[in-house]
Design a protein around this ligand. Sequence first.
Ligand SMILES: Cc1ncc(C[n+]2csc(CCOP(=O)(O)OP(=O)(O)O)c2C)c(N)n1
Ligand SMILES: [Mg+2]
Length: 868
Amino acid sequence: MSPTDQSVQVGLEVLETREWLDSLDYVLEHGGAERAGRLLQQLEMHTERSGYRLPFSATTPYQNTIPPSKQPPFPGSQALERRIKSLVRWNALAMVMRANKRQEGIGGHISTYASAATLYEVAFDHFFRAQTPDGDRDLIYFQGHASPGIYSRAFIEGRITEKQLENFRRELAEGGGLSSYPHPWLMPNFWEFPTVSMGLGPIQAIYQARFNRYLENRGLKPCHQGKVWCFPGDGEMDEPESLGAITLASREKLDNLIFVINCNLQRLDGPVRGNGKIIQELEAAFRGAGWNVIKVIWGTDWDQLIEKDRDGLLVKRMGEMCDGQYQKLFVETGAYFRKNFFGTDPRLLKMVEHLSDEQLAKMRLGGHDPIKVYAAYKAAVEHRGSPTVVLAKTIKGYGLGESGEGRNITHQQKKINDAELMIFRSRFGIPIEDESLHDAPFYRPPDDSAEVRYMRERRKQLGGYLPERKMRAPKLEPLGEEVFEEFYSGAEDRKVSTTMVFVRMLAKLLRDPKVGKLIVPIIPDEARTFGMEALFRQVGIYSSVGQNYEPVDMDTLLYYKEAKDGQILEEGITEAGSISEFIAAGTSPANHGINVIPFFVFYSMFGLQRVGDLAWAAGDQRAKGFLCGGTAGRTTLAGEGLQHQDGHSHLLAYPIPNLRAYDPAFAYELAVIIREGIGMPEGAREGILRGMYRFRAAQQKESKLRAQLLGSGAILQEAIKAADILQEKYNVAADVWGVTSYKELYRDGNACERWNMLHPDEPQRTPFVNEQLAETEGVLVAASDYVKALPESVSQWMPRPLIALGTDGYGRSESRAALRDFFEVDAKHIVLATLTGLMREGKLDAAAVKMAVTDLGIRPDKPDPFAS
Ligand SMILES: Cc1ncc(C[n+]2csc(CCOP(=O)(O)OP(=O)(O)O)c2C)c(N)n1
Ligand SMILES: [Mg+2]
């Protein structure tokens, strides 16, 4: 075709397209969206029947799902809300900057909240309900590393002190501090859901929404207006857990569930989909799964342009450009924008000829525009029949100036320079003078200011402040002995597996008039393996739609019975889903004020090994319930392969401080454990090549007081310091050992033991650890940055008793020095442990050790890190 023919062709196409569009507009106007939809379907069918294959597309054009004509009016004061949002932005930035000025490297994130501020603020002012009219409440899964913004708002609301804000990531500081991320364990009156381990928020939110329906359908939860909101990052959506359960949400028609994905096009290192478009990719995934998808891409500034775009040129151009290039546009000038975005077609250039470069550069994205975000949330809240996902386009580090906004390094940025601070201050209208700016002081308007009054009034209208965690259910009464009595006496010489006993116990509990209804059995498709099928019939399997088919085994006694009020949660083959459900149930006393007792019964190998991070999150949020590993024990489960033979799940239980792990042998042991578990009284918490080398020998050869200090990793330095202190202040000669691998020492020790056992008449081998320490003198002290179980696992081969120091317990966000003091693994605690050992050997008296406690500056009443 000649160029002239080509342009004639294009001209004809434009005309043809216009005619079709005009016709469609007519139908939309006179017949409505439904008629238009039917017509389009017929056109599609007609094309297919004529033998043409239309390209499949799960996406819609790269534009807002809600057109301006369908936008509701914005109900609040935009001006005041912008003021409040600016103040929240400021303090969020200031808390991270100040923390890092005081101590380099303490960390924190400024760019994530900067991109998400509008997404949160619109929700706080208009949507998040601390209490719904029917007494329910919304449950919010905040994006973990957006926490500075959430703290900042609570500060302006007056719920968090300036001191606490000052001590962001300094939780052990005087006056208390704030944890880096949402941790209910650390801030039990504030955070409800730990989310920062990517992907755990989304899957937990889905199962939370499902569990709420379960409670409602079983009549345990009378109210149902609450929504579950989850705010993941676009990078986070790559986690299998993020997308892995989305079909469950649509299958279950969870219209009580709203995802808001902050699509700032960036993750930690760089673009999420530089060569693609994350919003379109997510749209396809969620639409394909049956979700209601609302895209919020362009801000109000774009409305006029899009409205004039009758031929769809602009929207086509919007859809062509990949995310990496969009990111480039965000950091460039208006002139660049004009040339590289609109410059591909003279007609596009014409569209924006009335706009200056400066105006072009300021064209806002949808996720930064409260009007667009409000419209999306309102549509999400009102939508019925399926869950909703809002895909909001934003800029990472929005407002942080030249060095932060949209840059690849922005995620790790902890501060901005004075000039940028000044621009930020002026852009967001923060009333702080130039002279004070350098320190980034906090700013809170007075209680009677229009801003504080407005935000408090909004929260009052929405039922109170958020987030707020508290125990909303009364304490469970301990169960009477009579339930368990039959198990105390045993099975009269009959050998019964603990799994079988457990199932009998569970069946009995389900029949108990007091707690029966509260029991929530959760099974990932293995009930028959454990002999639990009788429960199908006894209490039914939960199904939100009942049973729409005649089960094949209907004529048997124990048929597969599904029911709307069924009690068993048969989750299918998803351990991640099942434990998420377990978490929802186990936190229900706090979140809903409803006491339930979840029993998650799994093939033991597929417990902690499979879903360790979720189990950790369960501990963090204080979930209560029973994790029951059936068919446990490496040698007990004969016949199955390596993927089934669990001999280590108890070791995997070590790191979770508030998980109690038992390996019961008898029915009565199991009975005692379960009875104790249900009615446990509050506050009852009872819980380098071959591996080592001598790093340094003591210089002082003639002292009678001697010690062997074993240090590992970063803590080896503490052991060296301790040896110096011991020598200088206490006349103790201490050798220092570097232990590179307790596991190797353990493996070697066991290998020797085994060989010796099998070769009784040959010279016996000595474990390496014993060989190393046999000729030494003095007390043995080990310290590492890991749990005490590591050194203790090899103490059996040491010539003398070992005192182990380690980091058992939940961590804190703090400086290294404060943390090593907190966990008692620093030099002074190693010194104290050594002196204690010498006292036990009778070489020092108690008074001398007591004096050392004082001299070393150790507080004897400091909390036990294992239990705090
Ligand atoms: C399981 C897991 N892996 C890695 C990280 C470390 N990490 C924290 S934030 C982040 C990037 C998040 O990007 P995105 O989800 O897009 O959030 P954004 O900050 O852009 O809103 C990473 C990799 C983590 N928190 N959890
Ligand atoms: Mg991102």
